[in-house]
Design a binder for this molecule. Sequence first.
Ligand SMILES: C[S@@+](CC[C@H](N)C(=O)[O-])C[C@H]1O[C@@H](n2cnc3c(N)ncnc32)[C@H](O)[C@@H]1O
Length: 201
Amino acid sequence: MLEVSARKVKGFSAKLADEVRFIRSWAENPLTTGAVSPSGPDLTRRMASFIETERPGQVLEIGPGTGVVTHAILERGILPSRVIALEYNDGFCGLLRRRYPDMNVVQGDAYKLRQTLADVPEGTLASIVSSMPLFSRPKEERRSLLMQAFELLPPGAPFIQFSYALVPPIAPEPELFSVERSGWILKNLPPARVWVYRKTV
Ligand SMILES: C[S@@+](CC[C@H](N)C(=O)[O-])C[C@H]1O[C@@H](n2cnc3c(N)ncnc32)[C@H](O)[C@@H]1O
C-alpha cells in the first residue's frame, strides 16, 4: 500500500517537473514550443491510434517535447528502438535520451527534414507523428515540411499532426494527398483535432 502511494507521488512529481520544463521552454521561445503545457492523454492516444503498427519500418516522431506523445506511441506497442525522435530543443533532447535510452533522439530542425535525417532512406518510414506548432510558420514552409515527410514515407502511410485550429494545418491538394481529420478532442486543453495526411502516388 505504502509502496503504491510512493509510486503515485513519484509519478505526480515527475509530471509536475515536466510541466515546469515545458512552461519554461514556452516562456523562452513561445513560437517554437507552441503550447503552454504538454498535450493531454486523450489527444496523445488519439494521435498514436493512427499509427499502422503492422507496417514495416521506423516511426518518426517530430517535436516530442517532454515525451507525452512518445509515451502513447510506446503504449501502442512500438518498441523504443523503432522510434526516431526529432526535437529542436536541447533540454528536451537530454530528457528524452535519459528517459528512453534505446530510442534514437536526433536534435535538429524539422523544416530541414531531408538534411537532418539524411541517413533515412526514401520511402522507408512506417508513420510520422508530428506535434509541430505549424501555424507559427508561413504556409509554404508547412507544405515543404509535409512534402519532405512524404519523401520518407511510402504511399498510403500516415503523417499524423494535431492542431487547435478550425482549418487544416496544411491545405488539401487532392491530386497529391488525402486528408482525414478526427473529431474534436474536447478533453484536451485547448480542444484539438488530429489530421492525417497520406500521399496518393
Ligand atoms: C507543441 S510542442 C509539443 C510537445 C509534445 N509532443 C506535446 O504534445 O506535448 C512542440 C514541440 O516541437 C518542437 N519543435 C518546434 N519547432 C521544431 C523544429 N523546427 N524542429 C524540431 N522540433 C521542433 C518544440 O521544441 C516542442 O517540443
